[in-house]
Design a protein around this ligand. Structure first.
Ligand SMILES: Nc1ncnc2c1ncn2[C@@H]1O[C@H](COP(=O)(O)OP(=O)(O)O)[C@@H](O)[C@H]1O
Ligand SMILES: [Mg+2]
Length: 353
C-alpha cells in the first residue's frame, strides 16, 4: 500500500523589500523537496506572488524558480494588479500544507498566516499572533519584558509624539538616564536593518528618528549593547529544539543592510566559540523567547553576548528567517546534524501537528 503524497503550496516572492531573498529561499526549499529523501513523499506546487501582490499560476511560478527570469519586466506587466487576490490560484485547493518562503512585511508578520488559516490547511511556521509579535519590535519587547527575559533597555514613541515638545523632552531625559549614546533608532516593523540608525549624539538621534518615521509611525530607541552577535535556530511545536549557535562577524560598525548582503563585509562562524554554560543558556533562552511570543515551527533567535559581564541579551525572534543555501538557519541545523532535506520534511511534520 502506498501513502498519498503530500502537496505543498510553496508561496514565495511577495509584496516586500525582501522579495529577491524570498525567491532564493524558495529555490533552496524546492530543491530540498526534490531530494531522493523527499521525492516520493511530497509534491511541491510553487506559487509566486509578484512585487505588486499578484498571485501567479503554477506554470509561471515554476518558471521563476527554475529559470532566471528578468524580474523587472515581469513586474511591469502586472502593475495594475496590486494586491489582487481574485486570482488566488486554483492549485491552492489541492494544497495539503502551506510553506511560506516569504520574509518581511506581508509574509512574516501574520498577514498571510491569517489567510492560510482561513483556507483550513496547516502551514509551516508561526500563526498570526507569533508572526506579528515577532515582526513588531515594540510589541515583541513588551512581551519579553513581561516574561522577564533579558534584553536591551528601550523606549518607544509614535510619530505624532514628535510634535509634542513636553513629551519629547521626557524622551530625551529618559535617553540620557537609561539609554545614553550611541543608541539604536529603529522603525518598529521592518527587517534587514532597513531604516535603522546608530546615533552617536542627540543630533544624530533626531535624524535617526526622522529616518525611522519614514518607514513606520512607531519607533523604538534602544541602548547600545556592545557584544558579540549570536544566533540560534528553533524547530518544533509541542517539543521545541534549539540548534547549535552561530556567530555573525562584520566589517561595518554594526550589522547594516550593506554588510548583511555583501559576502565581503560579513561572515558566519558555526558553531560559535562559546563555553558550554553560555551555549546552554542561549539555547534555553531561544525557546523561552519563542514561547513568550507564541512563535513555533521555525524561528531564528538573535542575541547579543557581552563577554566581560557574561550577560546575554535577546535581540529579536525572526519567525521566517532566510532560507538560502548559505543562510544561518539551515546552516545551523546542518551543523546540528539535520541536513536540509530532513529539515524541510520535519517542518512539514511540525506544521501538521
Ligand atoms: N541594542 C543594540 N545594541 C547593539 N547593536 C544593535 C542593537 N540593536 C540593533 N543593533 C545592530 O543592528 C542590527 C539590526 O538590528 P535588528 O534589531 O536586528 O533589526 P533587523 O530586524 O532589521 O535585523 C543588529 O544585528 C545589530 O548589529
Ligand atoms: Mg536582526
Amino acid at each position: 500500500m502506498t501513502n498519498k503524497k503530500i502537496t505543498i503550496g510553496l508561496v514565495f516572492g511577495g509584496n516586500s523589500s525582501e522579495h529577491e531573498v524570498s525567491i532564493k529561499s524558495a529555490k533552496t526549499i524546492y530543491n530540498a523537496f526534490s531530494h531522493p529523501y523527499n521525492r516520493d513523499r511530497f509534491i511541491v506546487n510553487p506559487i509566486y506572488i509578484d512585487k505588486y501582490g499578484f498571485w501567479e499560476d503554477l506554470e509561471y511560478s515554476k518558471s521563476i524558480l527554475l529559470e532566471e527570469k528578468e524580474l523587472t519586466k515581469i513586474n511591469k506587466i502586472n502593475k495594475n494588479t496590486i494586491n489582487n487576490l481574485t486570482n488566488f490560484p486554483k492549485e491552492s485547493q489541492k494544497v495539503d500544507v502551506w510553506f511560506p518562503a516569504l520574509h518581511g512585511p506581508n509574509g512574516e508578520d501574520g498577514v498571510i498566516q491569517g489567510l492560510f488559516k482561513l483556507t483550513g490547511k496547516p502551514f509551516v511556521g508561526s500563526g498570526p499572533l507569533g508572526s506579528s509579535l515577532g515582526m513588531d519590535k515594540i510589541a515583541m519587547k513588551s512581551v519579553f519584558k513581561s516574561f522577564n527575559l533579558p534584553q536591551a533597555p528601550y523606549i518607544y514613541l509614535h510619530k505624532n509624539n514628535l510634535l509634542n515638545k513636553l513629551f519629547m523632552k521626557s524622551v530625551f531625559d529618559k535617553i540620557e538616564k537609561i539609554i545614553n549614546y550611541p543608541c539604536f533608532v529603529k522603525p518598529a516593523n521592518l527587517g534587514s536593518s532597513i531604516g535603522i540608525t546608530k546615533a552617536y549624539s542627540k543630533q544624530e538621534l533626531l535624524t535617526g528618528i526622522e529616518i525611522a518615521a519614514k518607514y513606520d509611525e512607531r519607533i523604538i530607541i534602544e541602548k547600545n549593547i556592545q557584544g558579540r552577535e549570536l544566533e540560534c535556530g528553533v524547530l518544533g511545536k509541542s517539543i521545541m529544539k534549539s540548534s547549535v549557535i552561530g556567530e555573525v562577524k562584520f566589517h561595518t560598525d554594526w550589522y547594516t543592510y550593506e554588510s548583511k548582503y555583501d559576502e565581503n563585509l560579513s561572515s558566519t562562524i558555526i558553531p560559535a566559540d562559546l563555553n558550554i554554560d553560555i551555549i546552554n543558556k542561549i539555547q534555553k533562552l531561544a525557546i523561552e523567547a519563542c514561547q513568550a511570543i507564541n512563535a513555533y515551527g521555525l524561528a531564528r533567535v538573535d542575541f547579543f553576548y557581552q563577554e566581560i559581564t557574561q550577560q546575554i541579551y535577546i535581540n529579536e525572534v525572526n519567525t521566517l528567517p532566510g532560507f538560502t543555501k548559505t543562510s544561518m538557519y539551515p546552516t545551523l541545523w546542518e551543523a546540528s546534524g539535520l541536513k536540509l532535506e530532513k529539515l524541510v520534511a520535519s517542518l512539514i511534520e511540525t506544521a501538521k501537528e
